[in-house]
Every structure is written in C-alpha cells, then in structure tokens.
Write a protein that binds this ligand. Structure first.
Ligand code: HSE
Length: 437
C-alpha cells in the first residue's frame, strides 16, 4: 500500500555544535529518504539557530540565524531540537517552545535531571512531547529500552557505565598501570575530557544520567540531589592491581537498586567480577545492565557520546514524535518519564543506609598485632571479613587489602575512622564498594 508521504514536519535545530551538526546531517543526508518512508511523512529542517554561522552546512536550510528564540516562536516550526547544552539559554528556550505548543527534543541531561520535573509538567499542560533519548548514553536507545521494551517488568536494579570519559581513564589506568592524572591529560588531549573535567571524573555527568534512568525505572520524580555521587580521582593503579588479583575490575558505575529498605541511587567506583560482561566494556564505550523481574538481566552497550551516535538518538525522537502526531492521538501517547509518577512517596535512601561489600586498602606499619587490631575493629562494628591480602613488606609500611561481606555504609564509616586512629595505621584508607550482580 502506498503511504501518504505528503505531510512535512518542520524542525528547527538550536545549537550547531557536534551533536546539532550531526543531527542536521542525519536528517537531511542519505538517510532522509529511509526516514521519510519509515514515518510516512518528510522531515524538513526549516530552521537553524547557531552562535557561529556555518553557511556551508546550512545552505539548504531556509531560515538560519543566531537567535534560538526565533525558532521557538516561529509558528511554522513543529519540533524544536535543543542541542545547545548547559542551563542558559537552553532552559528558557525549551520553556518558550513548550509554551508555544511545540514538541521539543533535547540531548541536555543536566537540564532534564535538574529541571526536568518543571519542564515535563509544562509539556503535559501544553499537550506536547519533551523527548530526551539522547540525554542518556548517547547512541544507545536506553530510554526506549527501559520505558517501552521493559514496560512489563518491575525493575529490580540497573547498573551502568554511563560516562565514557571516566571509562576511558579507568581502562587506560588498568591496561597501562598509569596514574589518574597522567591518563586524564591524555583524555583531554584526545578531546574526551573537558578542560574542566569535574563533571565527568567526579561523577556528576553520570549522576545526571542515573537520575533520569532511575525516574523511569521506578516511576519517581527526578531527584538529582538525592543521587549519591563519588568520582574516580582517588583510584590508583595499586587499587586496580589488587582488585585484579582478587578477581575484580574497577568500573565507575551508576546504580539504581530497589532494596528492601528503599531505593538506592548511587554513582561511585565499584569492584565487579572480571567475569561480568560489564567489566569488559572498555574505553569510551557505555553499557547498562538492567534486571527486570520478568526478563532477568539484559545488557545494552554502545557509543555513549559523539556526534553521529548522539544524533541517531535525537533523530529517533523526532521520528517518534512525527509518528505519534500522524497517529492523531488527542493527548501524547508518548509518556514523558515512562509512567505517571505513581511512586512520588518512594524514598531514596541516604548513602549511610546503603549496604554493600567493601574493598579496603589500609596503609599500616609492619608490626606485630596490626592485623588483629584491624580485625577486632571491624568485628566491633559488625563487619565480617571475606578475604585479605598482605604482601611481604618492601618498606616499613605495608598495604593491607581487605574484602568485607555486606556492611552498612554508616558502620563502615565508623570502622574506618577507628582503624585510621590506630597508631599503626599511617594514612587514609582507600575504600571502594564491591557489587556482585
Ligand atoms: N562527557 C560525556 C561522557 C559525554 O564522557 O560520557 C556524553 O554525555
């Protein structure tokens, strides 16, 4: 049957950086015919707003300018794509577009995670869609996977490598036994890490993405400020090597877990068994392992950043919106965060109340009775030891490596303080959480 391909959706792209440019190319390039057939209508990039004009790229775009609000206010535009990034003017721009009853597609994870509740409310009031597939894990269709593919499941837990820069750094530190600072410089030179790498290496970027996935998985409002966030800057090649000896890799994970005491939302370096597929996702790749009560565990991996990969997700949202519009629903059938927010009252646990296993590296003097003292502190705090490594000393300080069984964070913090106060312990303990999926 011949499809009606007469309808044309007018799209305005705001921001022509790496992702905006790749989106323009994808929607207007060699895939445009295929996309038209898949929708049953055409996508026309009618507007581009960009701070730096790039005439070569936009020569076929009818309206090109520097002011994104022109795009948000033009009655011709059906869908506004926000690829500017950051908070300002992206937040006001999205609000303006939604108020004008335009659908919006954004790649802006910081904005969705921190201001999304307000924006989704506005989208609902105006009966339009705010789509954000590209805000988490770049080219991996994880939002659709979680919201649609796993819609019949209760999500027990999910754990993801959701920052490519951090994964690149940990991979290099592992493969080449290099220090964090040294590899960070290489990541910056390669353009993976920003000049100010804080968002990536201190886990803020991953916390934004985890906040979004957690909201969909558990039907809760976005709660970025409740997501516990710890970065990778304190990880050393020694820790990676001891972890490896014990059968573990160190990965920077975003974890959402529905435990019996509440919901855990946490980003931190984690020891995971080297036999796990997730432990073998290296370099700038992302991967998310999701456990649903019907399906069991499913793993999604691929490029978490980069122009073409992210544009693939942006364009998929545009296609979804066009399909939904053509289906003629009176109300968006495209749910913002996947559920009505059914679980507004679910509490996200404080990190103090979270239980995990732990890896400890304790710098201690090589003296009689140290091990016994450390063991008795752990015992006094109800923490049981699973494994210990103590090498022959090469100086008077010897690292004692301990793996514990499950312990509550607040007990571990108290035990660590008590151990650091022992006179034979001569520095800070390096503590890394351990997970077995
Ligand atoms: N800075 C991010 C990362 C890019 O390294 O994964 C996409 O969010």
């Amino acid at each position: 049957m011949k499809k009606n391909t007469d309808k044309e959706f007018k799209v305005g792209i705001c921001g022509l950086g790496t992702v905006g440019e790749a989106t323009l190319m994808l929607l207007t390039g060699e895939n445009s015919n295929e996309i038209r057939h898949r929708i049953g209508a055409s996508i026309c990039v009618s507007h581009v707003a960009t701070r730096t004009l790039k005439p070569e790229l936009t020569k076929n775009v009818p309206c090109v300018g520097t002011d994104p609000f022109v795009v948000a206010n033009d009655p011709m535009v059906d869908i506004v794509i926000e690829t500017i990034g950051g908070y300002d003017p992206a937040f006001e721009l999205i609000k303006q577009a939604l108020a004008n009853k335009k659908h919006v597609v954004t790649a802006n994870k910081a904005l969705i995670a921190e201001r999304g509740n307000e924006l989704f409310e506005m989208a609902e009031e105006n009966n339009v869609v705010l789509a954000f597939e590209s805000s988490v894990a770049g080219g991996i269709p994880i939002i659709k996977g979680l919201r649609e593919g796993l819609a019949a499941n209760k999500i027990n837990w999910l754990a993801g490598i959701i920052n490519g820069t951090g994964n690149f750094i940990l991979t290099k530190m592992t493969e080449e036994q290099r220090q964090f600072d040294d590899v960070l410089k290489e990541a910056q030179a390669l353009g993976y890490a920003e000049a100010d790498p804080t968002f990536d290496v201190e886990g803020i970027d991953a916390a934004h993405k985890l906040t979004i996935m957690g909201s969909i998985a558990y039907g809760i409002p976005l709660q970025f400020n409740k997501t516990y966030t710890e970065g990778i800057s304190k990880i050393t090649p020694e820790d990676i090597s001891y972890a490896s000896e014990l059968g573990y890799a160190i990965k920077h994970l975003g974890i959402a877990n529905s435990s019996c005491s509440g919901l855990e939302m946490r980003v931190h370096p984690t020891l995971i068994s080297k036999t796990q597929l997730l432990a073998n996702v290296d370099g700038v790749e992302n991967a998310i392992l999701i456990n649903g009560n019907a399906v069991g565990s499913t793993l999604y991996s691929g490029p978490g950043a980069g122009g073409d990969a992210t544009a693939s997700s942006v364009a998929a949202d545009v296609i979804d919106i066009a399909r939904y519009t053509l289906a003629g629903s009176s109300k968006p059938v495209y749910p913002s965060l996947g559920y009505q927010l059914r679980h507004k009252n679910i509490q996200v646990l404080e990190i103090d109340d979270v239980e995990t296993e732990y890896y400890l590296r304790i710098p201690a003097m090589d003296e009689v009775g140290v091990m016994a003292k450390i063991s008795s502190v752990l015992q006094a705090h109800g923490i049981s030891i699973e494994a210990v490594i103590q090498k022959e000393p090469v100086s008077e300080v010897v690292p004692i490596i301990i793996l514990t069984h499950l312990a509550k964070e607040k007990n571990m913090v108290l035990a660590m303080q008590a151990i650091e106060n022992l006179e034979e312990v001569v520095g800070d303990i390096n503590r890394i959480r351990v997970e077995s999926f």
